[in-house]
Design a protein around this ligand. Structure first.
Ligand SMILES: Nc1ncnc2c1ncn2[C@@H]1O[C@H](COP(=O)(O)OP(=O)(O)OP(=O)(O)O)[C@@H](O)[C@H]1O
Ligand SMILES: [Mg+2]
Length: 313
């Protein structure tokens, strides 16, 4: 099941994602963590060290891999919303998965993928969505099962709704500071994407006292408020190099992360709704942009027989 952390810039998305990933990894044999922010800090927050391969630098290799043996594309390019075919290669949450073996940084049960940052050649011409495209394709080819945990640390704001990621997750968690501006990002999101409002939750972060809690309760309905993370001095100590402080923060949040994990595992994915949304988003993107750019109708002739149920097993 896939959980996405979202929220206003600086609200604590990466900190809370990392805490949750570490918690899930202590309970589950395989956790796929994705740093989907071009300002990549998840490895640092996780204290996971090693060589990071940036997915955005491997777009053509990713597409070639995911295309597998499909023939329905002909000479058409694969874009980030191209629905899979029965002959595509899929990604599975498993230590032997070819793509994850190549691109994920592994530490214990955490497998970390990183979208990657802007390069000097991107200055003035690249957009966030172009950086993200390989990761979006990967998620549309990911056959994660009920017990697999996939955690995505997203970029700030409501940008997710402008891509096919809006329906790619089973659960959204907004990290909200006790301020009106921070709460507004959550409210904007559920207004923009009411279809996923029911699966969208809030964690109040950097909370100092009952006044902050009251404020957050006034912004978020009780059934959507998962809990509060206090303003913690351990985090600054960790960022000042005291590695043990991270564990102290972690220990204090066990109950909350348990609740988040439990809520995530209660979710049920409707693969046919997922595919319907992917196909319609793809057609819209083709009509609005890509058909004209490539001079071809990119949503025609695709494998109509494909269903996720047929390959998910
Ligand atoms: N509960 C907390 N108590 C104290 N400091 C916190 C807390 N949560 C996060 N922080 C601190 O706030 C800062 C921003 O946190 P973080 O990087 O997780 O936010 P973010 O939402 O991911 O930011 P960005 O929008 O840049 O990705 C960091 O210095 C982090 O240590
Ligand atoms: Mg962040």
């Amino acid at each position: 099941m896939r959980i996405a952390y979202l929220g206003k810039g600086g609200s604590g998305k990466t900190t809370i994602s990392a805490g949750f990933i570490r918690h899930a990894a202590s309970k589950k044999p395989f956790v796929l963590a994705i740093d989907a922010d071009v300002n990549a800090h998840l490895s640092t927050a996780l204290n996971v060290n090693g060589e990071i391969k940036q997915l955005s630098n491997a777009l053509s290799q990713l597409c070639e891999h995911l295309k597998g043996k499909r023939t329905d594309l002909g000479d058409k390019p694969m874009i980030m919303t191209t629905p899979p075919s029965l002959s595509s290669t899929f990604v599975r949450c498993h230590e032997n998965d070819e793509l994850l073996k190549n691109y994920a940084l592994r530490q214990d049960s955490i497998n970390l993928l990183t979208v990657g940052k802007y390069e000097p050649t991107d200055v003035g011409s690249a957009c966030y969505h172009s950086k993200l495209s390989g990761t979006v394709s990967l998620l549309h080819h990911l056959l994660d099962g009920k017990d697999d945990i996939v955690v995505v640390d997203n970029t700030a704001g409501t940008d997710t709704v402008a891509t096919s990621l809006w329906f790619a997750y089973d659960m959204h968690v907004f990290v909200v500071e006790p301020t009106a501006k921070s709460a507004q990002v959550y409210k904007d999101f559920i207004a923009l994407a009411p279809e996923v409002a029911d699966q969208t939750f809030v964690i109040g972060n950097k909370v100092e006292g009952s006044e902050d809690e009251e404020f957050l309760r006034s912004c978020v309905s009780a059934d959507k408020l998962l809990g509060f993370v206090p303003h913690s001095r351990h985090l600054k100590r960790f960022e000042q190099g005291k590695v043990e402080a991270l564990q102290e923060f972690q220990n204090e949040q066990t109950l909350l992360f348990d609740k988040v994990l439990y809520t995530l595992l209660q979710r049920k994915r409707d693969w046919s709704l997922y595919l319907k949304r992917l196909r319609s988003t793809h057609s819209r993107l083709c009509r609005d942009w890509y058909d004209a750019y490539y001079g071809q109708k990119l949503d025609e002739g695709l494998d109509e027989a494909f269903t996720y149920e047929a390959v998910a097993g």
